[in-house]
Structure formats: structure tokens, C-alpha cells
Design a protein around this ligand. Structure first.
Ligand code: XMP
Length: 516
């Protein structure tokens, strides 16, 4: 862990551990997720300033229920338990957890007792988010009960100095109205954690780390035009300057203005060495006649690697390249099982899925960061807002937004429609509220329309605006009708081949964000 050491979030298998880690960082304190199998000795070696025990789906008394090494409670490190973590703490310290038959799910009214240090200066009545079947029915000896609800008599407890405390509810979710204040109060005023995880410090730390790792060697970075690779490149550029060369593969599946934007905005703001590979013909030739989504993805991935390898060889002729920069984020590390011991939820693919045999050592300056932290670092390093706030865009680009075979004419149609949607969403001030808005061309569907005096037989365009926190789940965005109307009218007026615009109103799951 960096110095100062921050908070260990012990993961009991809940989807909440990442959220807790993020909330801790929002209080400017470094946090790291660790598996519940961590031993007291491993905890000591990490020397954290505090520990948070997360929620989890099990019952503490169930067979194979995850537990934490009870020796951590003797390490003299402040510990805060949440939900399952609260119950695990109670059980480890001699309290009692039982099935009371009274579950609480969702919004619940909490009553706080006078004199609690954890709830200091917060309202005595507050709304919290609960999700539990079991409950603590006896607090550990010497602990005071500091909150209750109508169905749970022990909804929070704390030791005399509150260095060991816990709550049955979830302070990390936004539905707990004072959740973040509770966490921050405990972390800063009780556990005395240092609020030094600031954007400026993060950027400086990553730059120093990269400097040390790369030394005087040469390094390359594939730019996708997205925020992650741009911020990763900007960090490395600050660290080693001209030793870095960025490679941008223009595969012809980009949106309108994207290639130009990377070349113009990114280079202008960083002064980075950029090699642009024009691979449009190569990609479109390879995609000829192919309409199966998986085959398209594979072809795009393969051709990307080919172009990248060729660019890398050309660059290497000016001196050996030892390092490759990747924009891997902390959720990627956690979800791939890295560091937490949790199951591999999904294997993450970077743009084009670079092969293992590229024979570079990896530099991953964003490995400890969440997406919002990456954006803040980007701003800190002076990257333009257009890059920092860019909505996610898939590596295979428009290739997976044309349902059917990809060709130049279809790409032109989709590019024009996509540009209109982006312009209007931006003009309506919605581009930061919406996670992303894929625009999809149903290239092999034709629908009848009437335009001017004649009957038309055109293609439908699908708008897929979604809101999401991390793309793992998503809801369809409630874009105002007037904005949708403007987009629809402009697309059907300005893009000749399109005579119908439809809105996708499906959440993820069951649908995915992209159509292919
Ligand atoms: P889905 O469609 O799986 O998308 O709900 C989740 C997020 O991932 C993006 N996406 C990709 N990104 N390569 C990428 O780099 C891909 O092959 C790919 N497929 C989907 C998608 O845009 C959304 O943000």
C-alpha cells in the first residue's frame, strides 16, 4: 500500500466491496480490496490505517461461511463492520448473531441513540438502506448499542472509543441519506486516517512509479481515443517524455471526427510522439462478406494486432522497445480475480486484445484507479475535456453497431446518424448524464416510409441511450421527448438512407448495451 497506508476493505463476496472502496477514496483516503481469507500477519504486513469488513451474501453460521482471521481484532487497528461484516465482527468478539425471522430489505428508518461517536452531529432519525435476514441479537461485551430500527434492536454498535464499530445497514449506498458522512466521520475523526489520496498526489505517485519502472528504456502505448488509454499515455509521457511513442490505429470503424480529434487534441495538449496507422482498407477488406458478430469481433481484433505489431516493429527499428502501456483499471483487476481471490467475473479485453506474445513488459499506471479517478487525473494532467469526459466506445467501434455486413456505404450512413445524435445530446446538456448512447444501423432490415411525395424503402436506426455506473448493469435513459424528436427529425431529414428512428427501452440485463 502507498504511504500513508489507507484502508483495507475485506471482501466477503458482496458486490458492495468495490462501492465501499470507492466511498473511502471519495473521502480522499486510499483503499484496497482484499479477500476475507487474508491472515492477521498479511494485514500487519500491509500496515493499514483502518479496516472495513464488507457485506456479503452468507449467514455467519452457515457451513463454509466466509470469516475473517479473528486475530485481526487484536492488532490494534480500527475496524468498521458493515452488514455481514458487522455480524462477523459481533460473532468474533463474543456477541450473538441469530435468525430473528425479521428481514429488512431496502429503505428503513433508523433511530440513533444519544452519545454515539460514529453518528456524532448527525440526525437521530435517518433513512438507511438495509439488506439482511440475520441480525445481531447481543452486542459484544463492553460495546454500546447506538442505533435501532423497528425490526432490528441492534442496528449499530461501537466500543468505548468507537475504534471498533459497525452498522447493520449499508452506509456506502446513496439511499442511506447520511451514509458517506458516517463513513467519513469514522475514518477521519475516529480511525484518524490521513486524507491524502488527492488527485494531485495520485498523478504524482503514478508518474514517479512509471519513471522508476521504465528507467531509460523505450515504451509504446496503443491509443484508442478513449479516456483510459489517453490518461495512461499522459502519465507515461510526463514520466519519460520522448521515450514514449503512442500508436493510433485508424481502422475505419471510428466515429466522425475521432481520428482527427486524437491527433489534434491529444497531441496538442501533451506534445506526445504519435504514429497514426492508416489501416482502413486492411480492415474493410478483411470484413468483406462477414455478418456474424463474433466473427467480426475476431477479425477486427486480429487486424488490430497486425497493425499494432507492424507499427511496433517500425518504431523498434529506432531502438528496442521494452514496455507496453495498458489502461487497465482497478475494477478490471478486481473483477479478473486479481488481488481479491474472488471468482473471475469477466475477462477484460483491451482494444483488439493484444496478444501475450507481444513480448513487452506491461506498464499499467491506472491499475489502482477507478474510472472517476482516471478522469480527475486526466484533468489534473491538462487533457482536454473532450477526451476526459468521452463516453465509453467499444474497441471494435462501429463494426459492431452495423447489424450485418460492414462496408463503406453503411459506415457513412451510421457515422452521419451517430454524429447527429451526439450533437443533439450534447446540445441538450445530456452527454455527461448518459453513460453512452450507441447508435445502431439495422443494415439488413428495410422499412417502408414516405418522404416527399414518394414511398421509400430505407433502414431503421436504433438509439440506445443508457445510464450506468460501470457498464455491468444499465438502464435505458429517459431522454426528454423533445430531444428524441430533434434527433429523429434531423436523422431522417439529413441521412437519406434512413426513414425510421427507434428507441431501445431495454435494461441490461436482459439485453446488453451494444447490439452485437
Ligand atoms: P455490453 O454490450 O457487453 O457492453 O453490455 C458493456 C460495455 O463494454 C463496451 N464494449 C466493448 N468494449 N471491446 C471494448 O473495448 C469490445 O469488444 C466491447 N464490447 C462492448 C460497451 O460499449 C459498453 O460500454
Amino acid at each position: 500500500m502507498p504511504n500513508p497506508h489507507g484502508v483495507l476493505v475485506v471482501d466477503f463476496g458482496a458486490q458492495y466491496a468495490q462501492l465501499i472502496a470507492r466511498r473511502v477514496r471519495e473521502a480522499d483516503i486510499y483503499s484496497e480490496i482484499v479477500p476475507s481469507s487474508i491472515t492477521a500477519a498479511q494485514v500487519s504486513a500491509k500496515n493499514p490505517e483502518a479496516i472495513i469488513l464488507s457485506g456479503g451474501p452468507s449467514s455467519v453460521y452457515a457451513e463454509n461461511a466466509p470469516s475473517v482471521d479473528s486475530a485481526i481484532f487484536a492488532l490494534n487497528i480500527p475496524i468498521f463492520g458493515i452488514c455481514y461484516g458487522f455480524q462477523a465482527m459481533a460473532a468474533a468478539l463474543g456477541g450473538v448473531v441469530s435468525q430473528t425471522g425479521k428481514s429488512e430489505f431496502g429503505r428503513t428508518q433508523l433511530k440513533v441513540s444519544a452519545g454515539s461517536k460514529v453518528f456524532a452531529s448527525l440526525p437521530t432519525e435517518q433513512r438507511v438502506w438495509m439488506s439482511h435476514g440475520d441480525a445481531v441479537t447481543e452486542a459484544p461485551c463492553g460495546f454500546s448499542v447506538t442505533a435501532s430500527t423497528s425490526d432490528t434492536s441492534i442496528a449499530a454498535f461501537e466500543s468505548a472509543n468507537a475504534q471498533l464499530s459497525g452498522v447493520q445497514f449499508h452506509p456506502e449506498v446513496l439511499h442511506s441519506e447520511h451514509g458517506q458522512e458516517i463513513l467519513k466521520n469514522w475514518l477521519v475523526n475516529i480511525a484518524k486516517c490521513s486524507p491524502t489520496w488527492t488527485t494531485a498526489n495520485i498523478a504524482q505517485t503514478e508518474i514517479e512509479k512509471a519513471k522508476k519502472q521504465i528507467g531509460s528504456k523505450r515504451v509504446i502505448c496503443g491509443l484508442s481515443g478513449g479516456v483510459d488509454s489517453a490518461v495512461a499515455a499522459a502519465i507515461i509521457q510526463k514520466a519519460v517524455g520522448n521515450q514514449l511513442t503512442c500508436v493510433f490505429v485508424d481502422h475505419g470503424l471510428l466515429r466522425s471526427g475521432e481520428s482527427e480529434q486524437v491527433q489534434r487534441d491529444f497531441v496538442a495538449s501533451t506534445g506526445v510522439n504519435l504514429v497514426v496507422v492508416d489501416a482502413v482498407d486492411q480492415f474493410l477488406d478483411a470484413l468483406k462478406g462477414v455478418s456474424d458478430p463474433e466473427t467480426k469481433r475476431k477479425i477486427i481484433g486480429r487486424e488490430f494486432i497486425r497493425s499494432f505489431e507492424k507499427a511496433a516493429r517500425d518504431i523498434a527499428s529506432g531502438g528496442e522497445v521494452e514496455f507496453l502501456v495498458q489502461g487497465t483499471l482497478y475494477p478490471d483487476v478486481v473483477e479478473s480475480g486479481g488481488g481479491t481471490g474472488t471468482a473471475n467475473i469477466k475477462s477484460h479485453h483491451n482494444v483488439g486484445g493484444l496478444p501475450d506474445d507481444l513480448k513487452f513488459s506491461l506498464v499499467e499506471p491506472l491499475r489502482a484507479l477507478f474510472k472517476d479517478e482516471v478522469r480527475n487525473v486526466g484533468i489534473e494532467l491538462g487533457l482536454p475535456e473532450e477526451i476526459v469526459w468521452r463516453q465509453p466506445f467499444p474497441g471494435p467501434g462501429l463494426g459492431i453497431r452495423i447489424i450485418g455486413e460492414v462496408n463503406r456505404d453503411r459506415l457513412e450512413i451510421l457515422r452521419a446518424a451517430d454524429l447527429i445524435a451526439r450533437e443533439e445530446l450534447k446540445a441538450a446538456g445530456l452527454d455527461r448524464d448518459i453513460w453512452q448512447c450507441p447508435v445502431i444501423l439495422l443494415a439488413e432490415v428495410r422499412s417502408v416510409g414516405v418522404q416527399g411525395d414518394g414511398r421509400t424503402y430505407g433502414h431503421p436506426i436504433v438509439l440506445r441511450p443508457v445510464s450506468s455506473e460501470d457498464a455491468m448493469t444499465a438502464d435505458w435513459s429517459r431522454v426528454p421527448y423533445e430531444v428524441l424528436e430533434k434527433i429523429s427529425t434531423r436523422i431522417t431529414n439529413e441521412v437519406r438512407e434512413v426513414n425510421r428512428v427507434v428507441l431501445d427501452v431495454t435494461s441490461k440485463p436482459p439485453a446488453t448495451i451494444e447490439w452485437e
